[in-house]
Ligand binder design. Structure first.
Ligand code: KIV
Length: 263
């Protein structure tokens, strides 16, 4: 089944919606073949795949490159591309042009941008110009230097801010909204007051859907992970031991064997 913006919007209040990030054709194909409704080409690829310390150095060209690869791997999942830092903050014309490039050049179905009430006029303009938008509230990785990684919604002031923000992006026409590291009570309330699906990451079990970073889910990175991450596999240790087996086989001339050899 081909996933569309309309179907994602209509999933509100029904069975929880699983969503995931992917950054290349191989992992996108894996996710797509499971029937994954939505794949986000997150700018988290900067930290997970490119070795940057934050998402801030990720550029339009990097995001376009990875979005094209994900599109090639995924047939049915809805592909959302993250607008990187400074691609939508300077002015609306630049934002529309950059967002449009994801649809026109990379085959994305929608874009994601960070921010609430302040970004609502831009979200409306993008939607009016035919570009579906996923909003993003709570912890905003592109602004961590200013606002940090601490969970949002703990104080009344913070909670009131989030309520204004979700209503603003909802009314501006966003088709769903990521809630990143929002306290679970606040996320439940935000889910109740909005008419679009809330997609949680580190925001408890009351959201309409959940998103997880693929390298976290697969255990591709060794060492500590954030509290909200559940590893469903241990790719890093399995992968390293496979590489060690290869090294041993090469050194002992076990590999390549007869069955790997052309006669
Ligand atoms: O960049 C990303 O992967 C994201 C998710 C964490 C929602 O924004």
């Amino acid at each position: 089944m081909k996933w569309t913006v309309k179907k994602i919007r209509e999933s509100k209040g029904k069975e929880p919606l699983p969503t995931i990030t992917a950054y290349d054709a191989i992992t996108a194909r894996m996710a797509d073949e499971t029937g994954m409704p939505l794949i986000l080409v997150g700018d988290s690829l900067g930290t997970t795949s490119l070795g940057f310390e934050t998402t801030v150095p990720v550029t339009m060209e990097i995001m376009l490159h990875h979005t094209k690869a994900v599109r090639k791997g995924a047939k049915n999942s809805l592909i959302v591309a993250d607008l990187p830092f400074l691609s939508y903050q300077i002015n609306d014309d630049e934002a529309i042009r950059n967002a449009g490039r994801f649809l026109q050049e990379a085959g994305a179905d929608a874009v994601k941008l960070e921010g609430g009430e302040m970004r609502a006029p831009l979200i409306k303009k993008l939607v009016d110009n035919g570009i579906p938008v996923m909003a993003h509230l709570g912890v905003l990785p592109q602004s961590v230097k200013e606002s940090g990684y601490a969970a949002k919604g703990r104080t009344d002031e913070d909670f009131e801010r989030l309520k204004k923000d979700i209503l603003a992006v909802n009314n501006a026409g966003a088709f769903c909204v990521v809630l990143e590291c929002v306290t679970s009570d606040a996320a439940c309330e935000l889910t109740k007051i909005s008419t679009i699906p809330t997609i949680g990451i580190g925001s408890g079990n009351g959201c309409d859907g959940q998103i997880i970073v693929i390298s976290d889910l697969l255990g591709m990175i060794e060492g500590p992970v954030p509290k909200f991450v559940k590893k469903y596999a241990e790719f890093a240790s399995t992968g390293k031991s496979a590489i060690e087996d290869f090294i041993a086989d090469v050194k002992s001339r076990v590999y390549p064997g007869e069955e790997h050899t052309y006669k």
